[in-house]
Structure formats: C-alpha cells, structure tokens
Ligand binder design. Structure first.
Ligand SMILES: [Zn+2]
Length: 609
C-alpha cells in the first residue's frame, strides 16, 4: 500500500534554536552530577541530537490515541541530504498497522512530499537539500490504536503453550505487545515516528528481520505531554512532572534527555513501591493486587542497580522505573532508557487461566520458578541500562553485544545475591537452556557475532545470543581474574558512555594485559567458532524440563519450543495427554511418547544416537 501526501516543509537552515528545541530543561531527568558531563560524552555535538516533542492524547478506554509530534532534526550526516526517513516500528511488527499518519505540516515555504512506502516508513522528499549541519523541523499528526491482548494470554502457562503453537503457527517475530492494551493497562512503545537508522550515508527504510530489538539505538531528547482521563497514572521514560488538571483531563509532562527510546505505561490500577539507591529513585509499578511480585521486582531492581553501579559505573538518570506490562510473544521484558517493562506473566499466578498441564510438565514448582525468572528478567533489563542505555551498540548488526552482557549481568546478580551454587543453577536453567533447546530442535551451533537478519529463526537467535554468548564472560573472568575483568568492564563503560562501542572494543581492552593471547582465543572460540556442544555440554532433557528456559527473550518458550516442531492442535492434545502420564512417573519414557506424539522434525536428532 502506498499513501502519498503533499505537504509544506520548512527548512530552518542555520536558524537559531527555537525555544522549544532547547534541550537544557530536559536535563532534569539526569542526576545532578551527570548534567554537566553527559553532554560532553556524546559523539559529536550534543546540541545536534534530535528532539522529539510529543503531545499525546490517550482515549479514556486506553485503546486509542492521537499524537501531535514535532521532530527537530540536525543533519549530522556530513553531507547535504534531500530526504529524511522516519520509522514507526510498532507497525513493523504488527499484523496490521496500528499507527496512521494523518498529515504532515512543515514550517516555512519550501515544498516537500511525504510518502509511506510501507506502514513503518515515512519518507519526506525535500524540494531542496538540507546542508550538512542544517536543521529541519517537521510536524506530524497521527492517530493510532493499541492491539488488544486477551488477559488469558498473560500468564506463564498461557505464554508457554502459546510458544509451542507459535513454532508452526507463523507468529510474526517481534510482535511482543509493544503497543498494546490488556486488562486496563496500556503499554506504549515504538508508537511515534523516529528518525531511521543511517547506514553508509543512506536511510534505512526497512528491516531485513524483525527479530530482536527494533529501533535506531541513537540518542535523542524527548519532551512529552501526555493527556489521559482523570485517575489514570502515567509512567514513562524520563522524569514525570506532577499531573496537571486540564479541563476534565489530566496532563503529565515528561522530560527525557539522552535517551535511546521513549515509552510509557498507563493505567488506573497501577500501584507503586519505591526505594532509593543513592540518589536514584527505583520505582516498581504493578497492577493492584500483585504486591508480592511488585515488591520482588523492586527488590531485584534495587539490588541489581546497586551491584551494577559498583561493577560497571554510575547510572545517569534520576529514576529507574520497573513496570509490569502485558508483553507476549516470547518477550519477558523490554529495556528503555531509565525504564524497563516486565511481562505480566511474571506477576500473575503461573497457572491462572488454565495452566494445569504445564504445571504438571514442570513438576509443580512453577510458582518458585516464576519468582526466580522474574528476578532474572528484572536483573537482565536493569543490566541493559548500562549495556544499551549508557554504552550504545548496534543492536541489528551485533545483537550479541548488549544482550550477552545483559544476560551476564543477570548471572552476576544471582551470584552476588544468592551465591555461586544458585548462580550456577539459574545459569543452567535460564541461560544455557536456550542453547540446549536450540540444539534439541536440530538447529546447528553457529557464529554468535552476526546481524539479526543472519539468524535462521528465533530459536537459533535465542540459543546463540542469549544462551551461548554470555558464557564468553564466564570464561574471560576465569582467565583474567576478578580485578582485571571488572576493571576492564568499568574502563570500557567510562570510555563509551553515551557513545556507540565497537563490537570488539571491550576485548581489546581485556587483551592489554599479559593474558592477551588467551583472551583473543576465547573471543574467537565463543563468538566466531562452533564449540558450543563441547563447552556447554549436551542437552539433558530431564534437566531442561526441570528448569525454565531463556532469560530475557523466551522464558518458557525456549523450553516449549524444544518440545515443539509439530505444533498443531492434535499434536498439542497429544502433548497434554502424554503429560498426564508423566505426572507421577518422572522418567523419560512418557516424555519420549509425547515427543513422538508431536512428531516434529528435529526431534529425531534428540532421540537418536
Ligand atoms: Zn535483553
């Protein structure tokens, strides 16, 4: 579908900064000691970062919105550009477009034309090029809706079973409920047009794959005004001001500086618990009635933040929000700058809405497992504050970079909090299991360091990036010792604060000492070569069933994916029937029966010699 708009465009070339795009007032979202130094740490000129002004009006039922958006852009490509491309990533992962461009009004008197070659791309063709360093202001009107997620889907059991069906069902990868409503909670990420990535001097208008994290990873500032019905609470990336009454509605202004994304969660029944970690307010938000999980999430986030500040360096923002959100489709949590969302499935009783068979499969301690997974997911997402938020990386070309470090951060959290033995167990059950699940399904070991688009499917992506890659850091720490290992991590964060770290820069730093050759050998072994089976062992099906799977991305899905392969209703019934046989027995024979019932390809590899 192609939609064309004629519009007027302003080229405010070399004009003095207008009041509304002066980002200094937005710096309030940074800790006092960070406000002076962060602007000097970014690549290039901090004054050239894009500023997005958003006036968002969310409907009373939290299911639709209108948005007036102004983009203040400075051409930092180093050459004149005759077009600008904006991306709406919510549309890239949704089966049908959620966000629609209504009009684009540009200031001044030059003409330009906007086209939407795909639902997730807005191309502005300028009647005259914007010179290097020149500025452009674009005003957009949009309307949108939130995908509706059935609350029955947001339990651990339901998500686990869904993962099983997804194997053959053709679920679009990346459809995580980023822009969705469920049970009175609106979760809004990737909902507004942002500047596209630029590669080799060209705007990227489409993505080779929608697995993993979409987004441009670039820094920007956001100044948002969010209007909601009275009584609706708004939690967002950045610093929220106290709500103002505007007519019969409430307006919350949000200021966010030096962020790589902007998102918010809104709802009438959001409860809050808060704790200070130094000068950072750590806030846990959850649906009323889920206090135990909300308190656990707060506890995990506060502990993780304190630990990561010791290990990696200072956290820059005044707030860290950990927010329950109706994430589905394999996502356990999603990271944003100064905010993380954590899937509702980790807050609700695991067997809610009919999870009996899965509870039987997992041996009855699903609740304990859910709590352990919640902590690890929270720690992973808080880890992303440093590995993505502070230290930037290219999440499309080198997705292992931030994901493996966030996974490793979660492993450090468990070790610091509960000791080495439990860390080893959780690593096996929540990290390594992703690799084992991948192998059980007959997917080969492979290179870790490659673009998202070069992974065959979510199983391979999860297995290699989340399951295998974090073990590189276990190996490096063993060779370097704690002092050199953590010293290098801290130096690396300091060197690349609010910049984009080259994918191997950390290892070059670790290789400066006497163990350079061993460091390089390990990096090659884990990132480029295929020794996973030798290094991580063969999958043990009983053990895999005894544990969860998949940390951030897949949680139980990895485990169920390992069982899948068939995935139609009949196979599912076979699985559930077979589970009845396993309940008291606990040997692998019943399991073999159910795997046969599923009859998927790849399982031969598991059961064969
Ligand atoms: Zn992650």
């Amino acid at each position: 579908m192609r939609v064309r708009f004629a519009l007027w465009l302003a080229l405010s070339l070399a004009a003095p900064a207008a009041a509304q795009d002066d980002p200094a007032p937005l710096y309030a979202s940074l800790r006092a000691e960070e406000r002076a130094r962060v602007p000097s740490q970014v690549e290039g000129d901090a004054a050239a970062l894009p500023v997005y002004e958003l006036a968002l009006e969310l409907s009373d039922d939290l299911r639709s919105f209108t948005l007036e958006e102004t983009v203040h852009w400075t051409n930092d490509a180093g050459r004149p550009l005759s077009s600008v491309v904006l991306r709406v990533w919510a549309n890239a992962v949704s089966p049908s477009p959620l966000v629609t461009l209504v009009s684009a009004r540009c200031e001044g008197n030059a003409t330009c034309e906007a086209t939407t070659p795909s639902p997730d791309a807005i191309v502005l063709r300028l009647s005259q090029p914007v010179p290097a360093g020149g500025r452009l202001t674009v005003r957009l009107s949009l309307r949108g809706r939130l995908a509706e997620i059935d609350p029955a889907r947001t339990t651990l059991a339901a998500q686990g079973l869904e993962g099983l069906g997804a194997l053959s069902g053709g679920h679009g990868a990346g459809d995580y409920g980023l822009l969705a409503h469920s049970d009175g909670v609106a979760s809004m990420a990737s909902f507004f047009p942002v500047l596209a990535r630029m590669r080799g001097g060209l705007w990227e208008q489409s993505d080779a794959s929608t697995m993993g994290d979409l987004g441009n990873d670039a820094l920007s500032h956001v100044d948002a005004r969010v209007r909601v019905a009275d009584g609706v609470r708004v939690v967002a990336v950045g610093l929220e001001e106290p709500p103002l009454v505007v007519g019969d509605r409430t307006e919350v202004r949000v200021r966010a500086a030096f962020v790589r994304d902007f998102a918010l969660v809104a709802g009438r029944r959001l409860a809050r618990r808060e704790r200070s970690v130094g000068s950072v307010a750590v806030r846990s938000w959850f649906v009323e009635g889920r206090e135990a999980a909300g308190a656990r999430a707060l506890d995990a986030a506060a502990h993780a933040l304190a630990l990561f500040e010791r290990r990696f360096g200072p956290y820059p923002w005044t707030q860290l929000d950990v927010v329950e959100a109706p994430l589905v489709g394999g996502a356990g949590g999603v990271e944003f700058s100064s905010m993380v969302t954590i899937a509702t499935m980790f807050y609700r009783p695991a067997g809610d809405a009919g999870g009996g068979p899965l509870a039987a499969l997992l041996g009855g301690d699903l609740e304990a497992r859910r709590e352990a997974m919640l902590e690890m997911v929270v720690a992973h997402e808080v880890g992303h504050q440093f590995w993505h938020g502070v230290v930037g990386s290219d999440s499309r070309e080198h997705p292992f970079q931030d994901e493996a470090l966030a996974q490793y951060a979660a492993m450090l959290y468990v070790e610091d909090r509960y000791g080495a033995a439990r860390a080893e167990r959780e690593t096996r059950e929540q990290v390594t299991s992703g690799y084992h699940a991948m192998r059980l399904m007959g997917r080969p070991d492979g290179r870790v360091d490659r673009p998202v688009s070069a992974f065959a499917d979510p199983l391979s992506y999860g297995g290699l990036v989340y399951g295998k890659a974090p073990h590189l850091y276990v190996a490096l720490r063993r060779v370097l010792g704690d002092r050199a290992f953590f010293g290098a991590l801290r130096e690396h964060v300091a060197a690349y604060r609010f910049r984009t770290a080259p994918p191997r820069a950390l290892y070059e730093r670790m290789a400066r000492g006497p163990r350079a050759a061993r460091v390089r050998t390990l990096v090659t072994r884990w990132l480029d070569q295929t020794h996973g089976d030798a290094d991580l062992g063969q999958a043990d099906l009983g053990r895999l069933l005894g544990g969860g799977a998949g940390g951030d991305a897949a949680a139980l899905r990895g485990l169920l994916d390992a069982l899948g392969g068939g995935g139609n209703d009949a196979a599912l019934r076979g699985l559930l029937d077979a589970l009845g046989g396993r309940r008291g027995g606990g040997n692998d024979a019943a399991l073999r029966g159910l795997l046969d019932a599923l009859g998927g390809g790849g399982l031969e590899g598991l059961l064969g010699p």
